[in-house]
Design a protein around this ligand. Structure first.
Ligand SMILES: [Fe+2]
Ligand SMILES: [Fe+2]
Length: 400
């Protein structure tokens, strides 16, 4: 993290961007802490904050900021520049146990001002986010809501597993058709893939843990199809917990589903080899990200991030993977999530050359890649997602 300068007003990013919103919120809170409400600085930072939100509301009804570990996430990206002012905001939110902050369209200036005021007060008199929520209601703040990023406990789940099982198996059939057809030289039917992903997003909406546990179904179908589907589910689940909106969940799910599409042009002898690859074979295998991105570039109507994810998913946060990129390269959030989901599923799945791993063993192995392959905060979040999933599986086995 960058320490930055302690000065209050921040250098502008793009007005109306999440980055700017977070920085202006931090600056407004900090200014209000130091100066009275009539002070010019307080007014200026507040105006900027209000303007950011106004711009963001143009194409979204709810503007969400999430706090994952020590990192603020808005839009599709974790905040890249974190100065002292933003660190104060992070602490302020942590003290109040706020992990999710939602601004709803129609928010009045008055409400926003009261909210800034509220955050600028010492938190000593407050409990967790529930208390914060009640407090906001008392203050008449209705269009700003707070919450915790959490995973639904297994006992609260209501959907019928059989129905979800059908969704999973149905999706698998379609993915098989898509990928086999594509390998045989047909075009990639993106609209079909899009439909599957949308049904994943919809079913994960109310019962994240339940659908997640389906991603543990393995071994019966060809690895390629289950892997694509599982990585998509695991990516959507993480994105969902981060508070991303439905349109982004669709885009993330589709990008994750197609992350390995480049493998379809790798010879089957290498792809399906039951033993470890030789160095030479591995060099060929390493081409699949570039091939994938090139394949997807030719298809219109795909979200831009699908190309990034195909290209970047083996890079890792320290860029020690492949393909080679410059040090200034910036991975997008969907890639960060897909890389985690990808490793997890690849490790969990029963491969001919090694035995099946448990959830704990899988996470233990993955932990060695934190900081080089995986973003530490996102990995922590993923562990929570997966543990909830494992809990759910256990409940089902024990007669739930
Ligand atoms: Fe891959
Ligand atoms: Fe993969």
């Amino acid at each position: 993290m960058d320490e930055g300068t302690p000065a209050v007003p921040e250098t502008p990013s793009k007005p109306g961007s999440f980055e700017q919103l977070i920085q202006d919120l931090a600056a407004a809170v900090k200014c209000r802490r130091i100066y009275p409400p009539t002070h010019g600085m307080v007014q200026r930072t507040f105006r900027r904050l209000y303007e950011d939100l106004r711009l963001l509301f143009v194409d979204q009804e709810i503007v969400r900021i999430g706090l994952v570990g020590d990192d603020l996430v808005g839009g599709e990206q974790p905040l890249s520049r974190v100065n002292l002012t933003v660190q104060h905001l992070i602490r302020t939110l942590q003290e109040r146990e706020i992990e999710k902050l939602s601004f709803h369209r129609g928010l009045q200036e008055e409400e926003l001002a009261r909210f800034v005021e509220f955050l600028s007060k010492p938190s000593g008199f407050l409990g967790g986010w529930r208390e914060t929520e009640e407090h906001l209601q008392l203050l008449g703040i209705q269009r700003i809501t707070v919450g915790k990023i959490w995973i639904q406990p297994a006992e609260e789940q209501v959907a019928a597993p059989a129905e979800l099982g059908e969704i999973y198996r149905g999706s698998l059939r379609v993915i098989r058709e898509i990928i086999e057809g594509y390998r045989a030289g047909n075009r990639l039917p993106i609209s079909l893939a899009r439909d599957i992903v949308h049904s994943i997003v919809r079913s994960i909406h109310d019962d994240p843990a339940l659908l997640l546990s389906l991603s543990a179904l393995k071994g019966h179908d060809d690895y390629t199809f289950t892997h694509a589907l599982n990585v998509s589910i695991l990516t959507v689940a993480q994105a969902k917990v981060l508070g991303l909106k439905e349109r982004d969940l669709d885009a993330f799910g589709l990008s994750a589903l197609l992350h390995d599409i480049g493998k379809q042009q790798i010879p089957l002898e290498i792809l399906g080899k039951p033993s470890r690859l030789t160095d030479e074979e591995f060099e060929i295998m390493k081409r699949h990200p570039v091939i994938g991105a090139e394949t997807l570039r030719k298809i219109s109507g795909l979200p831009e991030i699908a190309l990034n994810v195909a290209f970047e998913h083996h890079l890792g946060v320290a860029f020690r993977g492949y393909p080679r990129v410059g040090r200034k390269w910036k991975l997008n959030l969907c890639t960060l999530l897909t890389t985690i989901a990808d490793s997890y599923d690849a490790l969990r799945t029963n491969r001919p050359y090694r035995p099946d791993l448990s959830v704990d063993q899988t996470l233990e192995i993955m932990r060695q890649g934190v900081g080089t392959l995986y973003d530490p905060r996102l990995f922590e979040l993923f562990e929570r997602v997966v543990r909830a999933m494992a809990e759910n599986e256990k409940q089902q086995v024990s007669g739930g």
